[in-house]
Design a protein around this ligand. Structure first.
Ligand SMILES: NC(=O)c1ccc[n+]([C@@H]2O[C@H](COP(=O)([O-])OP(=O)(O)OC[C@H]3O[C@@H](n4cnc5c(N)ncnc54)[C@H](OP(=O)(O)O)[C@@H]3O)[C@@H](O)[C@H]2O)c1
Ligand SMILES: *[C@@H]1O[C@H](CO)[C@@H](O)[C@H](O)[C@H]1NC(C)=O
Length: 343
């Protein structure tokens, strides 16, 4: 019974899709632009709002704390590292936040997440935005793994860490008709060698929050952010090894990031802030990531082969012989010649 129905749908649906694309899509796009202009005009004022940011001790989380601070939001800043976190908290207050509460916690622990959400709500009396940003970048080839259990911290932090705090925060966000800001990554859409667990954790986040959006409707807003390469400790080479340890590996960083344009954390945070206040559903920052995603949708053979060739050099050569490293060397030689700063 199912089979003929599927056959008919297979035949008719592509035709209908093509028709819709040609006839209705331009109107739909115009409508979307009109709505987006309205959103710009009636952008949310976060002054006096209560905001939790995880992974706030450095990078994107830190820059976001300052942006929210400048706009007068109350902040609960969460990170696993005490000293830089307290430093960021003091600065955020200087930038204009009426009150900042630093909370040391490990987002991969359920009880820690329960505690910092409870502490925030007890102290400030409400919760308006939850920014799930804490994350690590596991970087190694799948076949190099000796002990697979050492790979789970990456998933525990990047995926479960976001899920845990969302679980405890959502009743309060519902009450305030608040917003979740999920910091995923361009890697959630585009595969890259050595980043299997990173890409998987980010893709899981995207799918998870897209699903929550269908469950929450207008009760809780969800902004899914996918940054490209942003200047932070992570993009300067702080990776998680196959043994589950955080190390700084400049050499591997040069291979992995190469000449990709690096955006400053401040610029990225400003773009996120604007997008969040507009109530956007997605933010790709920089916007050209959208084009890479289109390339992947329409010719995944090409994007896959390019990624493999550039980063793996056919996997027979040592890491440092990867074309991305060579491109970087050439670019740096060129920059030396013109006395420009190196990548
Ligand atoms: N930088 C990029 O190019 C880029 C691109 C796309 C997406 N992102 C995403 O953006 C987010 C922020 O990254 P970033 O570049 O700003 O990196 P970052 O500078 O390393 O900041 C991340 C912060 O999260 C903290 N953290 C790690 N594990 C934690 C845990 N279990 N509990 C609480 N805090 C924890 C880190 O502390 P430790 O240093 O002690 O681990 C660090 O302070 C991440 O989710 C990342 O995946 C970054
Ligand atoms: C935001 O709200 C605060 C107080 O509620 C007000 O003082 C401030 O001017 C508002 N800012 C903007 C940009 O509307």
């Amino acid at each position: 019974m199912m089979d003929p129905v599927n056959k008919i749908i297979n035949l008719l649906f592509p035709l209908l899709t093509l028709y819709a694309l040609l006839v209705f899509y331009p109107t739909y796009q115009r409508l979307k632009s009109a709505v987006s202009i309205c959103r710009n005009l009636f952008s949310e004022n976060v002054s006096g709002r209560v905001v939790v940011i995880t992974g706030a001790a450095s990078g994107i989380g830190e820059a976001l704390a300052y942006e929210y601070g400048k706009r007068g939001a109350y902040l609960a800043l969460v990170d696993i590292r005490r000293e830089p976190l307290f430093h960021v908290a003091a600065l955020a207050e200087l930038y204009g936040s009426p009150e900042v509460m630093p909370l040391v916690a490990d987002v991969s622990k359920l009880e820690d997440c329960e505690r910092f959400i409870r502490t925030t709500v007890l102290h400030f009396g409400r919760l308006d935005h939850l920014v799930t940003n804490a994350g690590v970048a596991p970087l190694y080839l799948f076949e190099d793994i000796d002990d697979l259990s050492k790979a789970s911290p990456a998933m525990d932090i990047n995926f479960w860490g976001s899920v845990y705090c969302t679980f405890y925060a959502s009743p309060y966000l519902k009450k305030s008709r608040g917003r979740i800001v999920a910091v995923a990554s361009g890697c959630g859409y585009i595969a890259s060698p050595r980043l299997s667990f990173y890409c998987a954790s980010k893709a899981a986040l995207i799918a998870f929050y897209e699903t929550l959006r269908t469950e929450f409707g207008s009760e809780i807003g969800v902004t899914i952010v996918a940054p490209g390469v942003v200047d932070s400790e992570l993009s300067r080479g702080k990776f998680m090894t196959k043994d589950g340890e955080l190390v700084v590996d400049k050499e591997l960083r040069d291979v992995q990031v190469s000449v990709l344009p690096v955006e400053s954390a401040e610029r990225c945070a400003k773009a996120i802030m604007r997008s969040v206040c507009r109530g956007d559903r997605y933010l790709l920052e920089p916007g050209w990531i959208g084009c890479v995603i289109l390339w992947k949708v329409f010719c995944s053979e090409v994007t896959e082969s390019i990624a493999r060739w550039l980063l793996m050099a056919g996997s027979t050569l040592p890491v440092t012989e990867a074309p991305t490293k060579k491109i970087l060397d050439v670019a740096n030689a060129f920059r030396s010649f013109f006395s420009l700063p190196h990548y």
